[in-house]
Design a binder for this molecule. Structure first.
Ligand code: FCB
Length: 446
């Protein structure tokens, strides 16, 4: 594949990978003892998913994982980020473990090992066991203790077979979309409650890290946060102040407790804390060393206080999700972290990718916009590395087209096209491009 773009050299130990999550690909929703999760309930509730679909079958990865791992291997990438479905290994989220569920992940890890692919495991990619939701879910402080038990059990069983374990994926989404505006499961719209949920998510992160440290496996322990710079539309004091507040309430809200041991005052000043309950020891639990930070990056936030608000120019276009393509925002946020936090662990870009309205024509998918998107974001990461940010890896979101939450199967993020009627997988042009890119990077370092 030709590309006029000059290719940057990444550090020799940089990890190249692809990412997925359990509910989005596994299917087998009621098989082998898996308990229901809040996403089963939510997706089966009429009106919640734009195409009326659910994850009952998804990519049928539960049955097709050997083929999918072969596909990962064929891409030449050496790392794979996936998540465990909590209710598959512990149907209620407390009490009995489900051996059949562990067997599935154990088989997956065997297959990855056979192909020399390094596994990176995420404990929670949004699929809370429904039985815990029935007791209040993330609003109930007890859920944090159940999460720590689950984390310890995973570390005991798999901690020496995976390179890393992330506690949460994008707690911002669970809090703000799950409880703030009801777009995601469990579908609650109450801003004040969403703040309490975010605190419990952070607390559960800290408790889980502590519990997993006691297990003392070889896995590196961390968390994955979705992040974006909030950029003011103009230099006006109002736009600038609004952008700073937005950054405080979304990015610093999670970063500061973990790395500084406190919530950002700028965010607290304007939040409805009427239902906020925290206990004396909580911040110490949340604020403890972690081994890595995962950053998921898709777009920036553009902040205008005008009415109607100014829109970004979107010089590089928008994705099929309607998200502005803005690679510089990734450099920006990485540099800002370097400046704001003195104790940053190594960073992995744990997600980055683009939805394209892909069409399968004569057996091929020519997704040039995705190639341009990935290339531009890799350049943005490289620029941050050059300026001293310790980025250790990149995982494209996603390996496969999959169940894109409330967008159902209508949005395609994969390097690999999935025909949902036949479950046939077809590598897109971007998959071939990524394979070439990674192979050239690896050759340089061998
Ligand atoms: C992220 C999620 C991931 C996927 C991408 C597009 O917010 O972590 O599951 O939905 O967005």
């Amino acid at each position: 594949m030709t590309n006029a773009h000059p290719m940057n050299h990444f550090p020799h130990d940089f990890e190249w990978g692809v990412a997925t999550s359990a509910y989005q690909i596994e299917g087998a929703a009621a098989e082998d003892g898996r308990g229901p999760s809040i996403w089963d309930t939510f997706s089966h509730t009429p009106g919640k998913i734009i195409d009326g679909s659910n994850g009952d079958i998804a990519c049928d990865h539960y049955h097709r994982y050997p083929e999918d791992v072969d596909i990962i291997a064929s891409l030449g990438v050496k790392a794979y980020r996936f998540s465990v479905s909590w209710s598959r290994v512990q149907p209620l989220g407390y009490g009995a473990w489900n051996e059949k569920g562990f067997e599935f992940y154990s088989n997956l890890l065997d297959k990855l090992a056979e192909k020399n692919i390094t596994p990176h495991l995420t404990l929670y990619h949004w699929d809370l066991p429904q039985a815990l939701q029935d007791q209040g879910g993330w609003l109930n402080r007890d859920t944090t203790a159940h999460f720590a038990d689950y984390a310890a059990e995973i570390a005991r069983r798999f901690g020496n077979r995976v390179a890393s374990i992330a506690t949460h994926n994008e707690p911002w989404c669970t809090a703000n979309l799950g409880f703030g505006n009801a777009q995601f499961a469990p579908g609650v719209a109450d801003k004040a409650l969403s703040i309490q949920v975010s605190h419990h998510l952070l607390l559960s992160h800290g408790l889980a890290i502590k519990a997993m440290r006691r297990v003392a496996s070889s896995a590196k322990l961390g968390i994955v946060l979705n992040q974006w710079p909030a950029m003011p539309a103009t230099d006006s004091a109002r736009d600038v102040a609004e952008a700073e507040w937005e950054y405080a309430r979304s990015v610093q809200w999670f970063m500061d407790p973990i790395f500084k041991g406190r919530y950002p005052q700028k965010a607290l000043d304007r939040m409805d804390m009427s239902q906020f309950h925290t206990e004396a020891e909580d911040m110490n639990i949340i604020h403890q060393p972690i081994d890595f930070l995962g950053v998921n990056y898709y777009t920036r936030e553009f902040i205008s206080t005008d009415s109607p608000p100014k829109k970004p120019q979107a010089a590089m276009g928008v994705t099929d999700m309607g998200w502005e393509i803005y690679p510089l925002g990734l450099t920006d946020i990485l540099l800002r972290h370097k400046n704001d936090y003195t104790n940053l662990p190594p960073i992995y870009i744990t997600e980055n990718g683009m939805a394209v309205a892909d069409k399968l024509i004569d057996g091929e998918i020519d997704d040039q916009p995705r190639i341009a998107y990935v290339h531009a974001h890799l350049d943005a990461i490289h620029a941050a590395i050059e300026q001293g940010v310790n980025v250790k890896g990149y995982f494209y979101w996603s390996l496969l087209d999959n169940f894109e939450w409330n967008s159902g199967y209508a949005k395609r993020f994969g390097l690999v096209y999935v025909d949902y009627a036949t479950q046939q997988r077809t590598l897109k042009a971007s998959a071939h491009w990524y394979r070439n890119f990674v192979s050239q990077q690896l050759q340089k370092t061998e």
